[in-house]
Design a protein around this ligand. Structure first.
Ligand SMILES: NC(=O)C1=CN([C@@H]2O[C@H](COP(=O)(O)OP(=O)(O)OC[C@H]3O[C@@H](n4cnc5c(N)ncnc54)[C@H](OP(=O)(O)O)[C@@H]3O)[C@@H](O)[C@H]2O)C=CC1
Ligand SMILES: O=C(O)[C@@H]1CCC=N1
Length: 266
């Protein structure tokens, strides 16, 4: 692809996407320009990814054909006010900020823009991202194809109705955090029984990866896959029973509700 991609904000989420994009070789480092607030981040990003990095948001906004806004929601509008006058008509604006709606984007820019609201996740860093996005009526089908190609370069992407976007962090944007907690807990259980810590992480992480692949690749219902593991009268059903007694599923659902409630307030 020949487009120039800009990132305003080069923190954890932007760097995960940049790493994923460059690893897939869909874009070369010279096609990416980023900005950040501190010299520390600028220098780190230059060194790690060989992309152009600056503290000048306007420079990035003026240059990019596709511009990611990857700053925190509380300074999102401040950044838009800084760059709105230099945005070209053809530029596609992609926000990754949680809770920022397409209406907010348009009204902050104060004009019709090509706007894309997205929710990626940090596994984009290893090319296994899961993103969801919705677009406004200025985005053409060609624009959408370009955007999808970028997101596919670091994982999977789903186009969803904007009314569902507030619910995406809970299921795929934030959920890597709870999965890491689950992996850590599995490893702790192994360590308790004497399994060396590093080996315990490998055992736990690969079991989670394998289970996820089974869901994606067999098309079988997760409940049926669970049943395959539970030998009648065996050990797994004892573990399942203990998880149910301790409200495992209810905890996950409650965590997701809390997440979505917060997104609506951001
Ligand atoms: N982390 C995640 O898993 C996910 C995050 N998101 C969204 O991504 C966005 C960024 O989150 P995350 O990457 O985690 O946060 P970080 O704090 O890691 O990154 C924020 C970045 O914004 C930069 N920044 C701060 N102020 C300015 C400014 N005035 N102009 C330009 N850049 C500025 C910071 O610069 P410096 O480094 O110099 O401080 C930093 O690089 C959020 O809106 C969040 O909702 C979405 C999905 C998942
Ligand atoms: O914690 C947050 O607000 C962001 C949104 C999804 C992941 N991180």
């Amino acid at each position: 692809m020949n487009e120039k991609i800009g990132f305003i904000g080069s923190g954890k989420m932007a760097q995960a996407m940049i790493k994923g994009i460059l690893s897939s070789a869909t874009f070369a480092p010279k096609q990416i320009k980023v900005s950040a607030k501190s010299d520390e981040t600028i220098n780190k990003v230059k060194e790690k990814y060989s992309v152009h990095a600056t503290k000048d948001n306007e420079e990035v906004a003026k240059w990019a054909d596709i511009l990611f806004l990857a700053v925190k929601p509380d300074i999102h509008n401040e950044v838009i006010q800084e760059i709105r006058s230099v945005i070209a008509e053809h530029t596609i604006i992609i926000t990754v900020a949680a809770g920022i709606t397409l209406d907010t984007l348009e009204s902050d820019f104060g004009k019709k823009i090509k706007a894309v609201r997205t929710m990626p996740n940090t596994p984009s860093f290893v090319g296994e991202g899961m993103s969801a996005l919705s677009i406004n009526d200025m985005v053409t089908s060609d624009d959408l194809e370009q955007v999808l190609a970028i997101f596919r370069s670091f994982g999977e992407v789903e186009v969803v109705a904007e009314r569902l976007m507030d619910s995406i962090p809970a299921i795929s944007g934030s959920s890597p955090a709870y999965v890491y907690m689950f992996i850590e807990a599995l490893a702790d259980g192994g360590v308790k029984d004497g399994i060396p810590r590093e080996q315990a992480y490998r055992l736990a992480a690969q079991a989670v990866l394998g289970a996820a692949k089974m869901v994606l690749e067999t098309g079988m219902h997760p409940g049926e896959l669970k049943d395959q593991v539970c030998t009648p009268g065996g050990a797994t059903i004892e573990a399942v029973s203990a998880l149910e007694l301790n409200g495992f599923r209810a905890s996950v659902l409650q965590a997701m509700e809390s997440c979505t409630k917060k997104i609506k307030k951001l």
